[in-house]
Design a protein around this ligand. Structure first.
Ligand SMILES: C[S@@+](CC[C@H](N)C(=O)[O-])C[C@H]1O[C@@H](n2cnc3c(N)ncnc32)[C@H](O)[C@@H]1O
Length: 297
């Protein structure tokens, strides 16, 4: 098991995702002799997990069942222990696409936070790329390092404990892309420029407030970045429902229509239709994503 390479079988030492439904997942460190409690009863690691195929349906102690899934960055984002605010799938998808990440890319990121985005970056740049991630909070940096090792992606990432605004990324002229998720990203813009390759690259900054965006755009412009633009990803999930629609009564037909088959009796009163409805409430604003390009120098 590794977060960047798929294995068929669950093995001792793996991190597996116990999936109880879309709203409920848990990451489990698989250990010979270990047990994990779920609301459906206990899962016994030796008997129920080790040697089984990822994706297996496992019956728990109380008779209910769960699926045991191979970890992915997407599942980790909805499972990870929160140490900070994190980025979710919709923003992550836009970031990895618009930064043009691919296998072999070298990326700088700050702050590491809970490592939600870091795992998606690592999957995109594996097996030959590298992530340099900077976090000034000692425990968060150490926890992220520990998780990268447990998830067997440590060879693809360097964690630096430092203030990115004062000390930069520790990388000069080597990065294809830079990502910022810190309160004062404009302070890190000169370091982002220094970290990017001389042939150019892309930068993205995530900020919840438009005042932060304005200062960041100004700093990007002052440092001769081009194609500066800000977007917001708003995810609107439509719900599919079956509704019963009353049919209007137009009275008796005046002239028979020979080709038209007679309506079944029930259809005179109501018709069952599939319809989609937008959500009445939705968590819309997460943050603004500001992208820019460093041109070739
Ligand atoms: C919102 S969290 C990042 C979340 C991350 N993108 C994720 O998806 O899990 C912001 C992190 O940046 C760190 N941070 C803030 N300012 C920083 C700085 N100047 N240098 C390094 N890290 C910083 C904070 O300690 C915090 O852990």
């Amino acid at each position: 098991m590794s977060f960047v390479e798929y294995s068929d079988e669950i093995a001792d030492g793996d991190v597996a995702v116990v999936y109880l439904g879309r709203e409920s997942t848990m990451a489990v460190k698989v250990r010979r002799g270990g047990r994990t409690q779920t609301r459906y009863g206990a899962v016994r690691h030796s008997a129920d997990l080790i040697g089984r195929r990822y994706g297996a349906k496992v019956t728990c102690g109380k008779g209910g069942w769960v699926h045991v899934l191979h970890p992915t960055p997407e599942l980790w984002t909805v499972t990870l222990p929160h140490r900070t605010q994190i980025l979710y799938a919709a923003d992550i998808a836009a970031v990895t696409l618009m930064l043009e990440l691919k296998p072999g890319s070298v990326v700088c990121e700050s702050g590491t936070g809970s490592g939600s985005l870091s795992h998606a970056i690592l999957r995109s740049i594996a097996p030959t790329g590298h992530l340099h991630t900077v976090e000034f909070h000692q425990q968060r940096a150490e926890k992220a390092e520990e998780e990268f090792a447990e998830h067997r992606v440590a060879h693809l990432v360097t964690v630096r404990k430092r203030d990115v605004c004062k000390d930069g990324f520790g990388v000069t002229g080597a990065a294809d892309a830079v990502f910022l998720d810190i309160p004062d990203p404009w302070e890190a813009v000169p370091h982002a420029k220094a970290a990017l390759k001389a042939r150019g690259g892309r930068v993205c900054s995530f900020s919840p407030c438009v005042e932060q965006v304005q200062r960041t755009c100004q700093a990007l412009s002052d440092h001769n970045f081009e194609e500066i633009g800000t977007l917001e990803v708003v995810l609107r999930v439509h719900e599919v429902r079956t509704v019963s629609l009353p049919l209007p009564d137009f009275g008796p037909r005046v002239a028979p229509v020979p080709e038209a088959p007679p309506l079944p009796a029930s259809d005179h009163a109501a018709a069952a239709l599939k319809t989609t409805t937008p959500p009445r409430q939705m968590p819309a604003h997460t943050g603004y994503l500001t992208f820019a390009t460093k041109p070739r120098t």
